[in-house]
Write a protein that binds this ligand. Structure first.
Ligand SMILES: Nc1ncnc2c1ncn2[C@@H]1O[C@H](COP(=O)(O)OP(=O)(O)OP(=O)(O)O)[C@@H](O)[C@H]1O
Ligand code: NI
Length: 347
């Protein structure tokens, strides 16, 4: 078994008997100009994902580099199709077999892209868990929620069946579902099922939680409820989180740092308040201005095709600061010490 799993507080609460493991993380290699404060739990370096299709090669992720430190939440934002889910699927090796993947994804010192399916199966659920958008797709209608959360604890591999049941009870009550473990999904409200799914993602003490659009399509009230619930399991386990969202307000309230993707590339990354208050990249600024609360100025034009990409800066056809030089080649990486962005001109 790979080392480095921290004993979770959920497990402590349920007084299971497993041993505390050591901690074998390596310091992430920082991007030029990017200062890493604290160690990275996850370091993605130069990730590129291509899909050969009949229409041509889809460039879904292009030279993506990101770090997530311990206990940190990184929000990944950007328009539909920009590559957010492909990055998440790369971390868990859930891409289809025909995907062409290059780069490195260091997690606790190991390059996940070098792991075989058996090793990866041990990472999924146990060290990295995933929260999806729709509980009805993640929960099985024929089992009680208590059973399903306990199953997730067993997949975690650090509990006996009795221990798993008590871990499930404890996390369900922490999420306001005390005494409901014996109920089936159809007996519970949508919000309660969402909580059961979040409990299942948190019960095995993951070091990293990946949440892909967990609040998409929910009423505003439920959005904040889900954010609070995710925070509860994150705090219980002292996990890090990769949060994929369209909702910049969810990112502002939940994340420590923000990465903005455009057409497969990360164009800006930095502390969430800095990026949202003083965006450096013209696309980050345009994205903010397109929000209803910020004047609702839609970004002119549309994202480039993932197959036929424009020369130079990918955003130049839609950028109000674009100059002829922006077509000349990929923009340089700029940094002010706290964050970095890719742009020819604007600072
Ligand atoms: N299996 C696949 N085969 C071919 N192309 C794919 C495949 N999966 C994703 N893509 C393409 O890769 C690009 C990135 O897709 P991805 O799902 O990561 O976007 P996203 O940012 O998560 O979008 P959304 O916000 O709509 O979920 C898109 O152009 C998409 O069409
Ligand atoms: Ni997606």
């Amino acid at each position: 078994m790979a080392g480095g799993i921290n004993r979770s507080r959920v497990e402590e609460m349920a007084s299971s008997s497993s041993a505390v493991n050591g901690d074998g993380e390596r310091r992430g290699v920082s991007r030029p100009g990017e200062k890493l404060q604290g160690e990275a739990l996850l370091s993605i370096r130069g990730l590129s994902v291509k899909f050969p299709t009949e229409a041509g090669t889809v460039h879904a992720a292009v030279d993506v580099s990101l770090d997530i430190r311990r206990e940190e939440t990184l929000a990944l934002v950007g328009e539909t199709g920009c590559g957010k889910s492909v990055v998440a699927a790369s971390v868990l090796q859930l891409l289809p077999s025909y995907a062409e993947v290059k780069g490195e994804i260091f997690f606790g010192g190991r390059d996940l892209l070098g792991l075989g399916e058996r090793e990866m199966a041990r990472v999924r659920g146990r060290e990295i868990s995933m929260i999806f958008q729709n509980p009805s797709l993640s929960l099985n209608p024929v089992y009680t929620i208590g059973h399903q959360v306990a199953e997730s604890a067993l997949i975690g591999g650090r509990a006996s069946p009795a221990g798993a049941r008590s871990m499930a009870d404890s996390i369900l009550s922490r999420l306001g579902l005390a005494g409901r473990g014996g109920m089936y999904p159809f007996q519970l409200s949508g919000g309660m099922n969402q909580r059961a799914m979040i409990a299942a993602a948190g019960v095995a003490g993951p070091r990293l939680i990946i949440a892909d659009e967990p609040t998409k399509g929910l009423d505003q009230e439920l959005v904040w409820e889900v954010c609070r619930e995710i925070d509860i399991i994150k705090d219980l386990n002292r996990s890090s989180m990769l949060l994929i969202t369209h909702d910049l307000e969810v990112a502002r309230r939940t994340a420590d740092r923000l990465a903005v993707m455009y057409a497969g590339e990360v164009v800006e990354t930095g502390p969430v308040a800095d990026v949202l208050e003083r965006p450096r990249h013209p696309y980050s600024l345009a994205l903010l201005k397109s929000l209803p609360g910020q004047g609702f100025h839609p970004i002119p034009g549309s994202s480039p095709s993932a197959v036929r990409r424009p020369p130079g800066c990918l955003f130049h056809p839609r950028c109000s600061w674009a100059e002829p030089g922006c077509r000349s080649g990929p923009p340089p990486l700029r940094s002010d010490g706290r964050r970095w962005w890719r742009c020819w001109e604007r600072c």
